[in-house]
Design a protein around this ligand. Structure first.
Ligand code: AMP
Length: 614
């Protein structure tokens, strides 16, 4: 290894470079600047996609070929080539692997999913709000590092559009979560917690943030957020980017400021941290940053007491160039609110990753959020794609899997991964659409999670459809009045006959004089129905098998309470995503229903006509 490399992120970058050496032309270019080298790496790796994938598969099968799963269950017999892999290894879901995972979690140290030389060292717990159940995904110590150059690749990409970005610092809200231990003694924690606790994160020169590590690692959400916000305020002029992993986390931080600015300002004035922060290491870390600053305290009070929160991010952190947060998929509905609080700053959704593995990068980070595509990084795992337009009844789905270099523009696929950490042809559950290519590497827009959200009978409403419907009603009927939907979720109500959709809305007034009366909310119900699928409207109009859609308006703060509830049950704040459907979560329904302030029903039938008569 090149001894000149600095620790951690740079070291990992160097080892990655070693695994995928640059040709001589780009090595020469690399001398110019490390950004140039990283950009050259992206160029190279996206040019040689198929060869890189073949090599990655051989490497994975070489590492894990002696595992019980590959050797005995699949009968791979040491083969590392694609043809044998395709012929012998089935496509699986979490349920298929659960018995193997259980044994590892219970302490069986034989090579079950990974090779004898690469034992599972921890489990990563998925957010659990997508499929309902929290999944335990195996991880191997050296594997997460494959993704760690991501932050430095991201900074290199951004530097092309925002000169000097490397010099400033980021106000980036990170949250670690408490971890558990499996009966067999392995840690089970979120992927972000695993990352934050790793040495490569602690020492990474690629990530300069205002948040002290002690605050990030503090498992008490209030103390962690308070300390991160306070440090962000103290260094407000150094901040050039503001972010959190998911848009919902960033908005929660804004909300935190709305609720706690008076106390934060008092702390800044006195230079003394609030006694509600009791964690010793957090107090020590904040003491290194906090000084009595009456002028800053006056400024915070003046900005936050105006009652006008439009553009608050750029008012408080005036040098912010863009927001760095994921605003695609389920997070797309927050784009409008992000714009509102930031005064329209660009929103960079930089990466696409999961507990299974790191997946892709957005090579055009400052593009409009609705146009984001992720380029899958072919060195992260072996990627295959299940076409969405094949016959669902066909049992031989694995035969239909398409390799990364062979997907077609315009088609939708479900992502299937084979990882260094022992998942083989594993369905992630994400549906992606191919939007184009960067060199030979396909680019994908995130379409949705596989699971349907709402269904009363033949209708199948997914997350994207529901979001479009909420968006349509909100932009047509609420925004002109100075109101918006701050957050929402849904469920089917089958206590009535016929059943109907119930959509819970928390409203936000962007104009303090906004009046949203019953009539407007009834029209919102109808507008949503108009936006739902033809199958839904047919059921409503022709079949009468679905009742009028209902909006239940909930009290301000309800979605925060929902998040607190999820966090109290083990979800990490950093990974939390509002469940878009709560039909199967009676405790959450109870929480929501206890906070309903008014109910509204669609006043008439939406439009529907048989095909050809529209
Ligand atoms: P988890 O494993 O709990 O961290 O959740 C990973 C899932 O979050 C992915 O499988 C996606 O469904 C979703 N996700 C992650 N990154 C993005 C992104 N950039 N855009 C949309 N959805 C994402």
């Amino acid at each position: 290894m090149n001894r000149q490399c600095r620790a951690t992120d740079e070291t990992l970058w160097c080892s990655l470079r070693e695994a995928f050496p640059l040709p001589s032309w780009s090595r020469a270019m690399a001398k110019e600047s490390s950004y140039a080298e990283k950009l050259a790496f992206i160029e190279e790796i996206t040019t040689d996609v198929d060869a890189v994938q073949e090599r990655v598969l051989a490497e994975i099968l070489g590492r894990n070929g002696d595992s019980e799963y590959l050797a005995k269950k699949c009968g791979l017999a040491g083969a590392t080539d694609r043809a044998t892999f395709r012929a012998k290894v089935p496509m699986v879901s979490y349920q298929d692997l659960q018995p193997y995972i259980r044994r590892i979690a219970d302490g069986d140290r034989s090579p079950i999913l990974t090779g004898a030389a690469h034992p599972v060292t921890e489990f990563l717990t998925s957010s659990g709000t997508s499929g309902g159940e929290r999944k335990l995904l195996p991880n191997v110590e050296d594997v997460l590092g494959r993704g760690m150059p991501m932050p430095s690749l991201v900074t290199a990409l951004i530097s092309q559009n925002v000169p000097g970005i490397g010099q400033g610092t980021a106000l980036y809200f990170h949250f670690a979560k408490s971890e558990t231990t499996t009966p067999g003694g392995l840690p089970a924690r979120t992927v972000l917690t695993s990352l934050y606790k790793s040495n490569r994160f602690k020492n990474s020169p690629g990530i300069s943030t205002t948040s002290p590590l002690a605050a990030i690692l503090c498992e008490d959400t209030f103390q962690s957020m308070y300390a991160q916000m306070l440090c962000g305020l103290c260094r407000r002029r150094d901040v050039v980017r503001v972010g959190a992993v998911f848009a919902s986390g960033l908005l929660r931080a804004v909300r935190f400021l709305q609720v706690n600015w008076e106390q934060l300002a008092a702390d800044v004035e006195a230079g003394v941290l609030n006694s509600r922060v009791t964690d010793k290491s957090v107090r020590e870390a904040v003491a290194g940053v906090l000084r009595p600053d009456p002028e800053l305290a006056r400024f915070v009070r003046a900005e936050c007491s105006k009652g006008d929160w439009a553009g608050i991010i750029t008012r408080i952190w005036p040098n912010t160039k863009y927001l760095e947060t994921i605003a695609t998929g389920a997070m797309a509905q927050y784009v409008w609110t992000l714009n509102y609080y930031s005064g329209g700053l660009p929103v960079a959704s930089m990466g696409y990753a999961s507990s299974e593995c790191n997946i892709g990068l957005n090579l055009h980070p400052l593009c409009d959020p609705s146009e984001v595509s992720y380029t899958i990084m072919p060195n992260m795992a072996y990627f295959e794609f299940l076409p969405m337009d094949i016959d669902a009844g066909d049992a031989s789905h694995a035969d239909q899997l398409v390799e990364l270099a062979r997907v077609e523009v315009g088609r939708e696929y479900e992502l299937v991964v084979t990882t260094y950490a022992g998942l083989n042809r594993y369905r992630v559950g994400d549906i992606l659409r191919v939007t184009g290519f960067h060199n030979a590497a396909p680019q994908f827009s995130f379409v949705r999670r596989r699971n349907v959200l709402l269904s009363i009978e033949a209708d199948k409403t997914d997350e994207a459809e529901l979001q479009r419907a909420v968006d349509r009603a909100s932009s047509a009927l609420l925004r002109p009045l100075g109101a918006a939907v701050l957050d929402y979720t849904s469920r089917t109500c089958t206590e009535t006959i016929p059943g109907h959709y119930v959509i819970y809305w928390e409203l936000m007034m962007t104009n303090k004089d906004a009046a949203v009366d019953d009539d407007v909310l009834e029209r919102c119900c109808l507008e949503m129905e108009e936006a739902l699928s033809a199958v839904y409207r047919q059921s409503r109009v022709a079949d009468g098998s679905i009742g009028p859609l209902e909006i239940r308006v909930v009290r301000p703060g309800t979605f925060e309470a929902l998040m607190d509830y999820a966090v109290s049950r083990g979800t990490s704040v950093g990974q939390y995503k509002v469940p878009r459907c709560v039909t199967a979560l009676p405790a959450v329904i109870e929480l929501l229903d206890s906070r309903v302030v008014s109910c509204h029903f669609s006043p008439k039938l939406p439009h529907w006509a048989p095909a050809g008569q529209r």
